[in-house]
Structure formats: C-alpha cells, structure tokens
Design a protein around this ligand. Structure first.
Ligand SMILES: C[S@@+](CC[C@H](N)C(=O)[O-])C[C@H]1O[C@@H](n2cnc3c(N)ncnc32)[C@H](O)[C@@H]1O
Length: 286
C-alpha cells in the first residue's frame, strides 16, 4: 500500500519467490507482500534486483517469476479514478476531494471497477435504503480492499467483520478502514474461509468469492443464520451448480447481472414475509 513519499501508483515491480516464509521487509519502496499458496509475491514501486538476490541468498529461495508493469495494466487497463454508485462517491486517496469514501486500492481486488464489486456495492446501498432499520451488523467475506465493509459503515452498519486470507488484503483493508475513520465499527480479520467457516450471527452477509469457495461454505449448516445474504463472483454458466449447493430452506429473492457477472440476494424462509414463503424452490429465475 502507499507509504510516503509515494502518493500514487505508477509502475509495479513484482517478484514471486518460492520461499515459505520471509521476515517483514522494511524497504521504503515496498508496496506489499502478497502471499499466494504460502509463497511471497513482493510488489515494489522501483526495480529491486539486488534486494531480491540478497533475499534469495539469505533464505535459500529462488525467483519463480518477475514482472514490471504499469499500474493501469495491473488494474486490467482501467485508470483508477473517482466514481459514483447510487449517490456515493468513492475516490482513490490521491484524488479524494469531495468523496464520501476514500480508498487506497493498492494491488488488491476491490478498487471498485470490477462489475462484481459494483453489483455488491449497488445492491448493498439499495437494501440498506429499503430496509433502513433492520440491518445493523454485517460480515464481508473475501473483503479485498475493504470497500464493501467501508460502504456498509458509511450506510450505518454498526458492527462489521471483514475477512480475507491474504495478509496484504487485510493490511490494505485495515488502512482503508482507518482512512475513513471506521476503526470502531469494522474489524478486519485475516482468516482462511476454507479452514474456518464464519459465524453468521449477523443481519447481512456479503460475499464476492469464487464459486468453489462459495459452494464449500454453503455446505455448513451453521452458515445460514443471517437475515440476508448477497453473493457474487460467478458467471451464468456456474449458477446451476451453485444453486444445487443451496439448502432447501433458502430462497432467492433477487438476481442481478452486470456484463457476465451475477449477484444473488438470498434469504432464509423463516426471515421472509408470509406471502413470499411459497415461492419456487430457491426462487430460481434461471
Ligand atoms: C473477488 S475478491 C472480492 C474483493 C471485494 N470484496 C470486492 O467485492 O471487490 C475475493 C477476495 O477473497 C479473498 N479470498 C480468496 N480465497 C479466500 C479464502 N479461502 N478465505 C478468505 N478470503 C479469501 C481474496 O484474497 C480476495 O481478496
């Protein structure tokens, strides 16, 4: 993430090592250490060949690959700039004037430009405005930059837990929570959802995750305690399998699509108004 003297991202220098563990690095040009399958992927603002050679020598590891690219290429060609969704403006920390939400997107998923993030944000805002009084606590699974959690706090959620298994995502999410002044309302937790299914004694669960992980989580009986669920991160061809993984007592109350990406809003039958309880199994519009 950004640390002075850096105030924005221009170039990224990326080094993937086969080390199992590295001590924390103090390099002033470090953006962060993304851990993938236990291996570090180090991101810098400047080339770091000498440092990497030294790390490999000291820790007996090898460079698996190295890349340098423009930040816009890392963000799929998208320039990261302010945008507004349903009246809420999100801006990167280098261009934050007048924004309700300020974000250091770093190199983490959740800059706000992916259709699945946007679907989640838009739906979160819609439901909060619709169900004003009923939603107070929220679980953000696969929080990335923490944008959805920060949006939740901005909308008035009082108790939010943001979970991610990538330590760099957790660091960035914690920074974004602080940038927006929500430290008392959002707890960022670094945890692997495959190993530890989350406790869902909350009003709302938002999860923008890959489908296999969602399907695994759906299997846990204890996962279905929340009042409302929003799931995203999948495309239409993956929906049938996911739908089959849902328990019987869960109904789909809304399905949205943006480009190829889908979002479902689900509710346990016990939480539904009586007239909706007889809907088609899983309310499927597929
Ligand atoms: C598609 S991104 C969503 C980020 C953000 N919530 C958004 O909507 O833009 C999914 C996130 O889930 C995290 N993730 C993937 N597998 C995970 C796991 N097993 N446990 C916890 N988090 C995981 C990734 O690190 C990534 O940040």
């Amino acid at each position: 993430m950004l640390r002075l003297p850096y105030t924005r991202y221009e170039k990224l220098y990326v080094y993937h090592l086969d080390a199992t563990e590295l001590p924390p690095l103090k390099d002033p040009d470090l953006i962060g250490n993304w851990v993938e399958d236990g291996n570090p992927i180090l991101f810098f603002h400047r080339p770091k060949e000498k440092l990497i050679e030294e790390l490999c020598r000291r820790h007996g590891c090898r460079l698996i690959y190295q890349a340098d690219l423009d930040y816009t290429d890392w963000e799929a060609g998208q320039r990261i700039e302010p945008f507004t969704i349903n009246g809420i403006t999100v801006a990167p920390c280098w261009d934050k004037q007048g924004a309700e939400i300020v974000l250091d997107p770093s190199v983490i998923f959740g800059s706000g430009f992916h259709p699945s993030t946007r679907l989640c944000m838009e739906t979160l805002i819609d439901y909060c405005r619709k169900e004003k009084s009923g939603l107070d606590s929220m679980l953000d699974l696969g929080a990335g930059t923490g944008l959805l959690s920060v949006t939740g706090a901005h909308l008035g959620f009082d108790r939010i837990t943001a979970i991610d298994n990538n330590p760099l995502a957790c660091e960035v999410a914690a920074k974004n929570v602080a940038l927006n002044g929500y430290e008392k309302r959002i707890e960022v937790r670094c945890s692997d959802l495959r190993a530890e299914p989350p406790a869902t004694e909350v009003d709302l669960v938002v999860a923008n995750l890959y489908p296999a992980l969602l399907a695994g989580i759906f299997e846990h009986h204890s996962f279905w305690q929340a009042k409302l669920y929003m799931f995203a991160g999948f495309i239409p061809s993956m929906e049938e399998e996911l739908l089959a993984a849902l328990p019987d007592r869960i109904r789909m109350i809304e399905r949205k699509r943006s480009e190829r990406w889908c979002l479902w809003v689900l509710q346990p039958i016990s939480e539904m108004p009586d007239q909706q309880k007889g809907a088609t199994p899983n309310g499927s519009p597929l």
